[in-house]
Design a protein around this ligand. Structure first.
Ligand code: GTP
Ligand code: MG
Length: 271
């Protein structure tokens, strides 16, 4: 992930969109990927947020241009603006919410109908830490986790419309919840629908880098290059302030994963 040595490598821009029901953790997944950070009570996204992250893949540098959409239903009609011309989509559900799985499947249908026919779709079941008794030890192992503070539940993290799922309300300190979505069932669905599939935790970092790594491997980079470097739709509408600021910071230079928490141990995104 060094930029100096890669001065000759012009980044391949890859437009990527995140979709999914409110409060499944889309923004948290992006925050983990871009800044190796996690916020226990993250506020709902309004409109969409834009962030970037550079990764190295073989001899190429990929610059993910990430549109993190708002999951609340009232923003649904904006989504085509963000998935149009996207080379990749990350569709997120929450493993503790079966309704969020249904919503995620409906996003996949919409993408298959209306997005770029070659779009690479990653289907991810987030919040696995809530259903894994061993999540604490994994956190130790990866040493990049944000230790939860034991605050009370936050109403801020719950969307304010009818699409909000009560089970999505984040429990303080990562209290265990029942899994409502079986991994095997979704793996079978993903395979027959030709989707990449991962279970992740934005909280512990589990699976996050892998999602983007696999996307990077599956993207037809040469096609993007031949199309004049790939991305369109740099629409600034709807940026939310905090995330937009992060995006700008990234545009000034690379953001390395985990640089704060891990002294570079996991700094490369391994793409
Ligand atoms: P919208 O912007 O409203 O669409 O929501 P979102 O999908 O972006 O969800 P967001 O990232 O804001 O996360 C919602 C809540 O879930 C926040 O309180 C997060 O801290 C929490 N959360 C996100 N990912 C995880 C995770 O992997 N594990 C746990 N335990 N909580 C998570
Ligand atoms: Mg969000």
């Amino acid at each position: 992930m060094s930029e100096s040595g890669a001065a000759s490598t012009t980044p391949v821009q890859v437009k990527l969109v995140l979709l999914g029901e409110a409060a499944v953790g889309k923004s948290s997944v992006v925050l983990r990927f871009v800044q190796n950070d996690f916020q226990e009570n993250k506020e709902p996204t309004i409109g969409a947020a834009f962030l970037t992250q550079k990764c190295k893949l073989d001899d190429k540098t990929i610059k993910f241009e990430i549109w993190d959409t708002a999951g609340q239903e009232r923003f649904h009609s904006l989504a085509p603006m963000y998935y149009r011309n996207a080379a990749a989509a990350v569709v997120v559900y929450d493993v503790t919410s079966s309704s969020s799985l249904e919503k995620a499947k409906s996003w996949v249908k919409e993408l298959q109908r209306q997005a770029n026919p070659n779009i690479v779709i990653a289907f991810i079941g987030n919040k696995v830490d809530l259903v894994q008794p061993s999540s604490a030890s994994e956190a130790d192992e990866s040493s990049n986790t944000i230790q939860p503070t034991s605050s009370e539940d936050s109403d801020d993290s719950e969307a304010d419309d009818a699409t909000a799922t009560p089970s999505n309300k984040q429990s303080a300190g990562g209290a265990a919840k029942d899994r409502q979505v079986s991994k095997e069932e979704v793996a079978a669905y993903a395979e027959e629908s030709n989707l990449l599939f991962f279970e992740t935790s934005a909280k512990t970092g589990e699976g996050i880098v892998e999602v983007f790594t696999e996307i990077a491997h599956k993207i037809p980079i040469n096609d993007i290059l031949s199309q004049g470097r790939g991305t369109t739709g740099r629409n600034t509408a709807g940026r939310n302030s905090s995330s937009a600021a992060a995006g700008q910071a990234n545009n000034n230079g690379r953001v390395q994963l985990g640089q704060d928490a891990q002294d570079g141990k996991k700094a490369d995104c391994a793409c």
